[in-house]
Write a protein that binds this ligand. Structure first.
Ligand code: ATP
Ligand code: MG
Length: 691
């Protein structure tokens, strides 16, 4: 085991204990439950990867390891790390290890796969389709309508609010009344109607064989808790590992307990100071209560050395999180000395902010840093818009994490609806959308067709036998022919999507003036589709975890090229870059929404800033524009508002930063021409003083 010892020697004592937990005489055993709880950059993910590798080296079967984290990207990255470590020790495997580690993914993604496997046992048709949030809201709306709750005079909660209430109750495993009282008090008087609505929503989903995001967890939790299925599902995995456990909800904790009731074989990892998903019902109590869920309690290992950031960066981040009202993990220390404090830079507005960052990024590149080693982080996805324009102007390529915008475009949704309708002809949201592309097919006709399909055993075979809608004629015939050829699976994937596109193109021209541009998007979609093994995997994964956007959106990033990373702070979780820039470090952005925040919400925003700051290895810039644009956040309309430095960096912490203003020396001529564009209503300000 000399080679094995080599990778173990890179670890510190506590990390090594965590890695070797349950490995006895170099053989992997099913160990009692383990919790690794520690601050940012202390090597939690690295330790988990080493632990998986060490178990495999010790004889554990990689196909029986379930590894879950918060994104597909993070899961794939972990699988690669495991493979790298294993390859140092093991002779080349018959099959690449990353392929053998098939059960690495997100809770939702793994749930979808397991549910297709157990569909029969739990009363699902394995061809079920998955509704994203928007589809779910549409279906909720349909039911709301049917029940007569949508008349405006009743002021019944909107479809979005209804879905949020429903989703909260499911994910927090909480009674409706509690959810209403705590998070939606203004809807509390509707409890009875909401119950009817949710019952109707559930019935509609079942009749249509669709699952929403929450169902992927809910069905899984129920299946895994069934006495017979429990053994079968739990028995598939010897080891269950979860990274970022602080951001899981009650339902996810229930799944783990159902999979591994004694805790044996279970490892969870996280940091309570980085809990940032309570808006999705995640609860930090999962991680804090984990040890006591088992008898004897789980083993706890804490790590206290940070390997990521320089000392000044860590000191500033620790300063921010020290002011938090509640916290379990301790402060970290580092050996990475540096004279460079993090910078707190005041700029005039978002345009200057964009220029400042573009110049700093280019200067770093001149100094030898790759663009990929730099990232710009922000609270809300629209905050990066002015920067995106500036980067495009200067030809700086970038990738924006967190979902392709073009997937939301109508024409892309149309194609996806067609494919989903073929996959599951009972999916009414998809069916409505697909059929209404035809001239002469209105909601009434679509409804009649869907009703007929709903009760058929073989809906796709039934379809050609239905009477042609009177005003649809040839269009209907070609629509049905397209659906049935795709449905028969004559051609190999991704030829399906090409067939759907060719059918759709004439309609695209009829429906949209900019059909040429949209057609190009659809070609891009085909390229993305080619990266997936099957239609079903494509639809599932695109719905659960869409690929990232690039500066020449739409498209997939060319991984061999160099590009800057743009990301929301939420999507930056777990990652690190040499240089990090944080946009809009002002009250109103971090924390977002000054007016509405409860104390807990404001505390979560503090942790968010902590997450952002701790992504930086060598240099950190927090940018403070003196004005920012509200982009739909302001009920009085969008406008520039004056901003001040985030409350999470009070004066007492300023000494930990290098504070400056940019541009340092104003160019007189530029300032004057800039000044000519100013329009301020001083009169209005004076009037405002007295009200
Ligand atoms: P986060 O809380 O942000 O998810 P983390 O605790 O998961 O952070 P990692 O991402 O695993 O931390 O590690 C942070 C950095 O420290 C990585 O670059 C990793 O390679 C490095 N690192 C971790 N442990 C060691 C070690 N023992 N020796 C050297 N470098 C290490
Ligand atoms: Mg991590």
């Amino acid at each position: 085991m000399s080679a094995a010892a080599a990778y173990l020697e890179t670890l510190n004592t506590e990390q090594r204990q965590a890695v070797e937990h349950g490995v006895v005489d170099a053989k992997a055993t099913i160990a009692p439950p383990l919790l690794i709880i520690a601050g940012a950059g202390s090597g939690k993910t690295n330790t988990l990867a080493h632990r998986v590798a060490h178990l495999i080296v010790g004889g554990a079967d990689p196909r029986r390891i379930l590894l879950m984290t918060f994104s597909r990207r993070a899961a794939a990255e972990m699988a690669r790390r495991v493979e790298r470590i294993c390859n140092r020790v093991l002779p080349a495997h018959a099959q690449p290890l990353t392929d053998a580690l098939t059960w690495a993914g997100t809770f939702h993604g793994i749930g979808a796969r397991l549910l297709r496997d157990y569909a029969q046992e739990i009363g699902l048709d394995p061809a079920f389709t998955i509704h994203d949030r928007e589809d779910s809201a549409d279906l909720m709306n349909l039911v709301r309508h049917e029940l007569g709750f949508s008349r405006t005079e009743t002021r019944f909660p909107t479809k979005g609010t209804c879905l949020s209430i429903y989703s909260r109750a499911i994910n927090a495993e909480a009674p409706l009344e509690d959810v209403l009282g705590r998070y939606f008090p203004w809807c509390a008087s509707w409890a009875e109607e909401l119950r009817d609505l949710f019952a109707g929503y559930v019935a509609a989903k079942q009749a249509q064989n669709v699952l929403d995001y929450d169902d992927l967890l809910l069905y899984w939790a129920r299946a895994a808790a069934h006495p017979v299925l429990a053994e079968d599902i739990g028995g598939r995995f010897d080891h269950v590992m979860v990274d970022e456990y602080q951001d899981t909800n009650r339902l996810q904790a229930s799944i783990l307990m159902a999979l591994k009731p004694t805790g044996d074989g279970l490892t969870v990892v996280g940091d309570d100071a980085q809990a940032i998903y309570s808006f999705r019902a995640a609860t930090v109590r999962n991680i804090l209560e984990f040890p006591r869920r088992f008898t004897p309690p789980a083993r706890i290992i804490t790590l206290d050395r940070n390997y990521r950031s320089t000392e000044p960066i860590l000191a500033a981040a620790n300063g921010v999180i020290d002011l938090a009202s509640e916290r379990f993990t301790k402060n970290l220390w580092t050996e990475r000395r540096s004279a460079e404090k993090p910078r707190l830079v005041t700029v005039r507005d978002e345009a200057d902010q964009a220029r400042y960052i573009a110049e700093a990024v280019l200067a770093n590149r001149e100094g030898g840093a790759r663009l990929k080693q730099q990232a710009v982080l922000f609270r809300a996805t629209h905050h990066s818009r002015p920067l995106e324009i500036e980067l495009a102007r200067r030809n700086i390529p970038f990738v924006k994490f967190g979902g392709l915008k073009f997937l939301d475009a109508a024409h892309v949704k149309d194609i996806l609806a067609i494919l989903r309708f073929v996959q599951n002809p009972r999916d009414r949201v998809a069916g409505f959308r697909a059929m209404q592309l035809l001239p002469g097919v209105g909601p009434g006709t679509a409804q009649r067709v869907l009703d007929a399909l709903a009760s058929a055993d073989q809906p796709l075979t039934l379809l050609p036998t239905l009477p042609t809608p009177p005003r649809a004629g040839d269009d209907w015939a070609s629509f049905v022919a397209m659906l049935t050829t795709i449905g028969r699976g004559d051609a190999a994937w991704p030829a399906d999507i090409e067939r759907a596109r060719r059918w759709y193109e004439p309609h695209l021209e009829r429906l949209h003036e900019d059909a040429t541009m949209r057609a190009a998007d659809l070609l891009q979609l085909e390229q993305i589709a080619a990266g997936y093994p099957s239609r079903e995997r494509f639809l599932t994964e695109l719905t659960l975890d869409p690929p990232d956007a690039t500066s020449d959106e739409p498209g997939v990033p060319h991984l061999d090229e160099d590009y800057l990373i743009l990301s929301t702070i939420h999507s930056a979780k777990g990652q690190e870059w040499s240089s990090v820039f944080v946009l809009n470090t002002v009250d109103g952005c971090i924390p977002i929404d000054l007016a509405a925040g409860t104390k807990e919400e404001v505390e979560e925003e503090r942790r968010l800033l902590y997450v952002a700051m701790t992504r930086a290895k060598d240099s950190l810039h927090l940018v403070v524009p003196q004005r920012f644009f509200t982009y739909g956040q302001n009920p009085q309309g969008d406008r520039h508002v004056y901003a001040s430095r985030t409350r999470f960096i009070p004066s007492s912490l300023l000494a930990r930063f290098e504070v400056s203003a940019w541009p340092a020396v104003r160019d007189e001529g530029a300032a004057r021409s800039e000044a000519r564009n100013v329009r301020i209503d001083i009169g209005a300000q004076m009037r405002g003083m007295w009200r």
